[in-house]
Unconditional design. Structure first.
Length: 368
């Protein structure tokens, strides 16, 4: 009996010791792996926090992008509607509904309507489509005006000059955000071209060699100078080659030199337009002629430059103005030799927002 019990106990004990399927006991937390557990306890929550922050940031960016697209679509539709309203307003003004004939053209009413649009453009409330429509209207002849094919910009001269120089040339922060620089420049060029057509030349420009020779001789007499035949021939040769040389120099510049002409009275416009015509042959840009009135006019002609490093170009322009004044038989102080540079004035400390190669010719009251 006792032997059988002993045998069973031995067998049972031996079976437990030799079993291959029993799981090993879990490792006890010892001093050796305690630091790892501590690190994991800090790192894992931190990684979870970083992941949640990244997801939140991505959601914010996605929302901002969707909002931006929505805002751009809204601005585009608003700009499109405003452009259509502008076209409709001009059409209603020119061709009233039910009228048998076009309405009589009114420069004040039309220019006032366009000026309201410029206010919206400058505030960035409309964009490229409205700007494009406004440019198209200003650069075309009004449909209800008879007897002239000059663009509307000529009727709205002061407004158009301010629009080109102040609105497009010196855009507000709102306009710069609403309309790209490329779009502004794309609209600025045809407006400049339209303004250049405003001053129809009524004063002839001397072009015949014999006539130019006579004008040079007369100018020398006015200045009480002796002009030998050799010197006269040199002047004629220099004048004949001046245009090609200046055109070549201007092509090498980053921007065409731009010359604004300010007159003291309307009686000077034809002579100033003659100067403009000659300067364009040299390659200068002439946006238009502005009547500033006799009170603002200087006592003598002034050629103003606004950047110190462009003084040499002011000198070149002064020489080209002398040629133009001689051929136009106008503004004697411009046609006269200016060895002391009395016409050229340094305004480099007063550039304001003027772009490089910006020049202004201020003509005195009473001339030519």
């Amino acid at each position: 009996m006792s032997g059988s019990i002993g045998t069973g106990s031995a067998a049972t004990g031996g079976g437990q010791q030799n079993s291959g399927t029993a799981s090993p006991p879990a490792p006890a937390l010892t001093k050796g792996n305690a630091p790892l557990a501590a690190v994991l306890g800090v790192v894992l929550p931190f990684c979870t926090y970083l992941y949640s922050q990244q997801q939140e940031r991505q959601d914010q960016l996605r929302h901002q992008y969707q909002q931006q697209l929505q805002d751009e679509r809204f601005a585009h539709e608003k700009d499109k509607e405003q452009a259509q309203r502008l076209l409709q307003a001009i059409q209603d003004r020119q061709f009233p509904v039910g009228a048998a004939e076009p309405a009589k053209f009114s420069a004040d009413a039309t220019c006032g309507l366009l000026a309201n649009q410029v206010t919206l453009i400058r505030r960035g409330m409309v964009g490229e489509q409205t700007l494009g429509v406004l440019t198209s209207l200003l650069t075309a002849a009004p449909a209800n005006r008879r007897g002239s094919d000059l663009p509307l910009a000529c009727e709205c001269r002061e407004f158009s000059l301010q629009f080109v120089e102040m609105t497009l040339g010196k855009p507000s922060a709102e306009l710069a955000a609403a309309v790209s620089r490329t779009a502004r420049e794309r609209n600025q060029q045809p407006l400049n071209d339209a303004l250049s057509r405003c001053d129809q030349i009524k004063q002839p420009l001397a072009t015949e060699p014999a006539q130019i020779k006579q004008l040079i001789e007369e100018q020398a007499k006015k200045e009480k100078k002796q002009l030998p035949a050799v010197e006269l021939e040199k002047k004629l040769v220099a004048l004949n080659s001046a245009v090609a040389e200046r055109q070549s120099e201007i092509k090498g510049l980053p921007l065409n030199p731009r010359v604004y002409i300010q007159i003291a009275s309307e009686s000077q416009r034809a002579a100033a337009a003659c100067l403009s015509s000659r300067l364009r042959e040299y390659g200068y840009a002439l946006p238009g002629i502005e009547n500033v009135g006799s009170r603002r006019a200087p006592p003598t002609s002034q050629l103003r430059y606004f950047f110190a490093d462009e003084a040499s170009w002011a000198t070149k322009l002064r020489a080209d103005l002398a040629d133009a004044a001689l051929r136009c038989q106008a503004f004697p102080d411009l046609a006269a030799e200016d060895s002391q540079g009395q016409v050229i004035r340094d305004f480099s400390g007063k550039a304001g927002g003027a772009r490089p190669y910006h020049f202004e010719l201020w003509l005195p009251a009473g001339a030519p």
